[in-house]
Design a protein around this ligand. Structure first.
Ligand code: MSP
Length: 529
């Protein structure tokens, strides 16, 4: 082991974090559901960054298989041309969502294809892939065989269509051999599948005997895929190809990124794809002799009027349109506040408007403009600083409330409870709004004798705003920066404050001239008084 490897090994799981989104199918353009997973994973990544960790964030597109062929046929184009076009839409969406990804993988990339073939060869040579004839129920929408017991009223639970009985000779992956190992792995690594209900769902599925996985498709039926390295007549099953992206993107087996980040991998997915991620993927890794990923963070569905938002139902919301109407940080805030990670949530115009007007414009926006306007009115924008004696005697410090907010924020964000992380910040915001009401600076301002007390109050409030600006960074990076620019605290470029820096009270320098506040969040006019 060289020095670099030693260094990586020692820091393992401590200060490196790898987050991924699913790689999205390129059979339709991105919608709000895709945007949510990417934003949630981005917020988790940025949160780790403010904790002082080194991060890697991966997203991309899944481009092989029947679905893509069918979509391309509809548009009278080739699968590759179609994939290029839609993949670009997913890629171009990222900056519009302010996603800081380190890499964008496409399963048609030659490097990825090579890794898929290497892993297949490795597993084939070890004897865990065998050739056999199989008759089963196949759902073309899901591109997989179903067992009777998985169907609902004889129909595919995702597509509501009856699977077709087909008979084929194919290659199979011996998943059954690893069933006991997987159960044990899940049980001994309690945060492997999060939240708990999804871990239980996988464990309950594993109570029944696991069938071997059909990992090939004959070229007579499908050519748009990665040819099996050991049989030219077959392409690889799309999931076996897609899951490998998580390691191929890092340069498996020898890449530096793989060595640095793989052992810390956490995959963000919605509940629709827990089986491939919670069962196939760990078993594939085990069979290929690759370390098992750290964990799976599973969220629920965005629904519209009670049904899952999905391209097949046709009830999708375009994230770009929502951003255009309401603003980017408003959108990011709404998604992360409204959905309890793990459960379903409903998307409606009314709820987003009400969140913007109450939480953002009223609570945070008002606090920001109230404090900075008072600083202008009473001190012409010049920071006076706090008088330690007055602060102590009159119990005016907000430092310990800020500390509580930071602690609660850390605890909740660490487990992807984004809504509770935001609640911790909003509790502090509400504390600050009450502090203004009880200290009534406008009354103190009437008498010159109270000037030091007034300065102390405003200093504490501005420090409170500073802490808020740092904490909202993972969720609303633009607003964080805007607040920091106004407070003359912005770092160069896209830089942020670590939580350790955030927690150090008293950063705003005396004599700084702070500009009049801009409106952070314009109110949305609903026509209601
Ligand atoms: N290509 C596979 C994933 C392969 S990963 C190795 C795939 N693609 S997908 O385009 O169908 O994306 C599914 C994912 O998109 C979900 O797991 C989730 O992350 C996101 N969502 C799609 N619709 C969604 C909702 N209505 N609500 C929440 N997330 C949604 O599956």
């Amino acid at each position: 082991m060289n020095d670099m490897d030693m260094d990586i090994k020692q820091n393992k799981n401590q200060d490196r974090h790898f987050f991924s989104t699913p790689i999205y199918y390129v059979n339709a353009k991105p919608h709000l559901g895709h945007a949510y997973t990417s934003i949630a994973a981005d917020a988790a990544t940025r949160f780790k960054q403010i904790q002082g960790c080194k991060t890697f964030f991966l997203t991309g597109t899944d481009e092989h298989g029947d679905k893509i062929v069918q979509a391309a046929q509809k548009e009278k184009t080739s699968p590759k041309e179609y994939a290029d076009k839609i993949s670009k839409l997913f890629k171009d969406l990222l900056p519009c969502l302010n996603i800081k990804n380190n890499y964008f993988i496409r399963t048609t990339d030659p490097d990825h294809i090579k890794v898929v073939k290497d892993i297949l060869s490795k597993i084939y040579e070890s004897g865990d892939i065998y050739f056999s004839s199989y008759e089963g129920l196949y759902c073309f929408g899901c591109e997989r065989f179903y067992q009777e017991r998985e169907l609902v009223d004889g129909k595919c639970p995702d597509h509501g269509t009856e699977p077709e009985k087909i008979k084929e000779s194919n290659y199979f992956f011996k998943m059954s051999k690893y069933q006991e190992w997987l159960i044990n792995h899940i049980k001994t690594n309690p945060d492997f599948i999060q939240p708990e209900q999804y871990k239980n769902e996988i464990l309950s599925f594993l109570k029944e005997p696991l069938e071997d996985l059909c990992i090939s498709r004959p070229k007579t039926r499908l050519t748009w895929g990665i040819t099996l390295p050991f049989d030219d007549d077959y392409v690889t099953y799309v999931w076996f190809d897609a899951l490998v992206n998580y390691v191929s993107a890092l340069g498996y087996p020898d890449g530096q990124l793989f060595k640095e980040f793989w052992s810390s991998a956490r995959h963000f997915v919605a509940k629709d794809i827990i089986k491939p991620h919670g069962i196939y993927w760990p078993i594939m890794l085990k069979a290929a002799g690759i370390e098992i990923y750290q964990g799976l963070n599973v969220h629920g569905f965005w629904n519209i009027k009670g049904s899952k938002m999905s391209k097949s139902i046709g009830n999708v919301t375009d994230p770009l349109q929502v951003i255009d109407t309401f603003g980017l940080d408003q959108f990011r805030y709404f998604l992360l506040k409204e959905m309890v990670f793990g459960l379903d949530a409903n998307f409606t115009q009314e709820t987003i408007i009400s969140r913007i007007n109450s939480d953002l414009a009223n609570d945070l926006g008002n606090l920001f403009s109230r404090v900075l306007s008072m600083n202008h009115r009473y001190f012409k924008g010049r920071v006076q600083g706090s008088d330690p004696k007055i602060e102590k005697d009159k119990n005016l410090s907000l430092a310990s409330d800020a500390e509580t907010a930071i602690d609660d924020f850390q605890k909740t964000m660490s487990v992807c409870a984004f809504n509770r992380g935001l609640e911790a910040i909003w509790k502090f915001i509400s504390k600050m709004n009450k502090y203004i009401d009880t200290t009534a600076p406008w009354t103190l301002a009437k008498d010159e004798a109270n000037i030091d007390e007034l300065a102390t109050i405003l200093y504490n409030l501005m420090e409170g705003l500073r802490v808020i600006s740092c904490l909202i960074y993972p969720i609303m990076p633009q607003t964080s920066l805007k607040m920091q620019k106004t407070l003359c605290l912005a770092k160069e470029g896209d830089n942020f404050y670590t939580l350790e820096e955030t927690a150090s009270w008293g950063q705003i320098k005396k004599k700084t001239i702070i500009a009049k506040p801009e409106i952070l969040f314009p109110r949305i006019d609903t026509g209601k008084k």
